[in-house]
Ligand binder design. Structure first.
Ligand SMILES: Nc1ncnc2c1ncn2[C@@H]1O[C@H](COP(=O)(O)OP(=O)(O)OP(=O)(O)O)[C@@H](O)[C@H]1O
Ligand SMILES: C[C@H](N)[C@H](N)CCCCCC(=O)O
Ligand SMILES: [Mg+2]
Length: 228
C-alpha cells in the first residue's frame, strides 16, 4: 500500500514547510519524498509558476523529481487557494490531487510527506475542503502547533476537527515561531496534558537556515509509521 504522511498546522505560516522538510531529510527507514499539492504564493520563473515550499520539499527529497510532480496546483497570489484558482478560472479538483500523488508513488517505493496549505479546514471550493481529501485517503496526520498566544485553542480545535473527520491524527509538534512568547514552556506543558496524541518534538526558535531535525523524535515517528 502507498505510504503517506500529511502535515497540517494550527495556521498558515507556522512551520509546516520547515518541519516537513526536516522530516523528509530525517526519516532514514525508507525513501522519502515531498508533495505540495496546492501552493498559493508563486513566482513566475522562465514562464513557470514556482513556489518556495515546493522547492524546499523537492530539495529535501531522496530523489530529484520534476517540479510539476511535486506541485500540481501552483497559484500566483499569496491568498486562499480556492480564490486564487477562481481568479484564473481554475477549480481545485480532488481527483487531480490524487492523480498527482499516484504519479509520485510511481517514481519510487517511497513515503510521501504531503504538506497542506493554510490549516486543516482549507477550502478547495465552496463545498469541499482539503481535509476531506486527507480523510478519504486515511493519511496519518501530524499537527504542527505554531507556539504563540492563542495556540492552545487553535491546537485543540484542530485536533478535535481532525479526529471528528475520521482522519488519523498521530501526533503533534510544538514549533516555537514566536521568540517573545510569554510562558512558552507552561503552554507546551499544557499541550502535553491536553492533546489527545503524543508529541513528536519541540522545536525552539531557530536561527536562519538552522534545521529542526535534531529536535524531532525520529525513533517515535518511524515506529508510528510502521504501525500505520
Ligand atoms: N522554529 C522556528 N524558528 C524560527 N523561524 C521559524 C521557525 N519555524 C518556522 N519559522 C519561519 O517562519 C516562517 C514560516 O514557516 P513555514 O514557511 O515553514 O510555514 P508554513 O506553515 O509552511 O507556511 P504556509 O502556510 O505558507 O505553507 C518561515 O520564514 C520560517 O523560516
Ligand atoms: C499564502 C499562504 N502562505 C498560504 N500558502 C495559503 C494560506 C491560505 C489560508 C486560507 C485560510 O484558511 O484563510
Ligand atoms: Mg509552507
Amino acid at each position: 500500500m502507498n505510504k503517506n504522511l500529511f502535515i497540517t498546522a494550527t495556521d498558515t505560516d507556522v512551520g509546516k514547510t520547515l518541519i516537513a522538510s526536516s522530516l523528509i531529510k530525517g526519516i532514514k527507514s525508507e525513501t522519502t519524498l515531498g508533495y505540495k499539492p496546492i501552493a498559493a504564493g508563486c513566482e513566475l520563473k522562465n514562464g513557470k509558476l514556482i513556489n518556495q515550499d515546493a522547492l524546499s520539499l523537492l530539495a529535501a527529497g531522496d530523489i530529484k523529481l520534476d517540479y510539476d510532480l511535486v506541485n500540481p496546483y501552483a497559484l500566483k497570489p499569496p491568498i486562499a487557494p480556492h480564490i486564487a484558482a477562481e481568479q484564473v478560472n481554475l477549480q481545485i479538483q480532488h481527483n487531480e490531487l490524487t492523480a498527482g500523488l499516484v504519479k509520485i508513488h510511481q517514481q519510487a517505493e517511497a513515503l510521501v510527506v504531503v504538506e497542506g496549505a493554510g490549516g486543516w479546514m482549507l477550502p478547495t471550493s465552496m463545498n469541499t475542503f482539503l481535509s476531506d481529501w486527507v480523510s478519504e485517503h486515511q493519511m496519518p496526520v501530524i499537527l504542527v502547533v505554531g507556539m504563540k498566544l492563542g495556540c492552545l485553542n487553535h491546537a485543540l480545535l484542530t485536533a478535535q476537527a481532525i479526529q471528528q473527520s475520521n482522519a488519523k491524527l498521530v501526533g503533534w509538534i510544538a514549533n516555537c515561531v514566536d521568540d517573545n512568547m510569554l510562558q512558552q514552556q507552561a503552554n507546551i506543558d499544557s499541550l502535553h496534558k491536553l492533546m489527545p496524541v503524543p508529541c513528536f518534538g519541540v522545536v525552539p526558535y531557530l536561527a536562519e537556515g538552522q534545521s529542526a531535525a535534531e529536535y524531532l523524535d525520529f525513533e517515535q515517528i518511524e515506529k508510528m509509521l510502521i504501525n500505520c
